[in-house]
Design a protein around this ligand. Structure first.
Ligand code: ZN
Length: 266
């Protein structure tokens, strides 16, 4: 399989995982930068992530213009992705989602900070972007290049920015990493909200603990990859999973769409 085809497959897997883990629903999206042309990125057409296949992936320039004219409708909020890719040459993959557990932290002074080990990758600082600060009364959606650039400015060198009354954007060096961060960000938010409700002082992860977690991280380590493989299989796309070192599909038959597991969650 070509490098590009593998990447598109990984982007489809990322979409399906985020849908199955309830990070995105009908809305929310994930993108990846073009490996050979940093001024372009891939993102699905306007479709719920759960339904996305390789045929739905479109290519964009950083100003959110589709490379192929006359194609299907793109996501309105593609400017989030272009803005971050433009501002952050180190970023390879971006997620935007509306996960409910993260929303309270965009509304109050209480900052979102890592409190659980798997939440360490969100980083010590999670800024909040308020679209109203610069753009006044809007429909809160990131609908043009200027708004995408302003969000990227608030994100700065951090991994995650919360978006007031809307959701979050997160950026990482790989699809695996951005998916992992997006799955654990709402879980970290839940743990932090729960701790706040119990009352008393909250013990956050220390900078030393965050650094220790980062030192031990590798996107294709057995441990990291285990989660990607598990989530993909649970989402019914285990047959699409490849390891970059082998390029061999690891799971020959697609896992059954687990109705019981899904039903249990709801
Ligand atoms: Zn949105």
């Amino acid at each position: 399989m070509s490098k590009l085809k593998t990447l598109i497959n990984d982007l489809v897997i990322a979409n399906r995982i985020l849908a199955n883990e309830d990070v995105v629903d009908a809305y929310g999206h994930v993108s990846v930068r073009h490996p050979d042309d940093p001024s372009r990125f891939f993102l699905a057409r306007s479709l719920a992530p759960e339904f996305i296949t390789p045929a739905d992936i479109m290519e964009f320039t950083l100003d959110g213009v589709p490379v192929k004219k006359g194609g299907p409708s793109p996501y309105l909020e593609r400017f989030i992705h272009g803005g971050i890719f433009e501002a952050r040459p180190d970023v390879v993959a971006v997620v935007h989602a509306h996960a409910e557990d993260t929303l309270p932290f965009g509304l109050v002074e209480t900052p979102m900070r890592p409190v659980i080990h798997s939440g360490s990758f969100i980083g010590a600082k999670v800024p909040v972007w308020d679209i109203a600060d610069k753009f006044g009364d809007t429909n809160l959606l990131v609908a043009n290049v200027e708004q995408g650039q302003d969000l990227a400015k608030t994100l700065g060198p951090n991994n995650v920015a919360l978006m007031r009354g809307h959701g979050f954007a997160c950026a990482a060096r790989s699809l695996i990493e951005v998916v992992r961060m997006s799955v654990y960000l709402p879980r970290n938010a839940r743990a932090l909200s729960g701790a706040k409700q119990l009352g008393g002082a909250v013990k956050y992860l220390s900078q030393g603990e965050i650094d220790a977690r980062n030192r031990g991280y590798s996107p294709y380590s057995v441990e990291t990859w285990r989660a990607w493989h598990y989530w993909a299989t649970k989402a019914g796309v285990g047959n699409m999973v490849t390891r970059p070192d082998t390029k061999v599909a690891v799971s020959k038959k697609p896992a059954k769409k687990s109705k019981t597991a899904k039903g249990k969650k709801k």
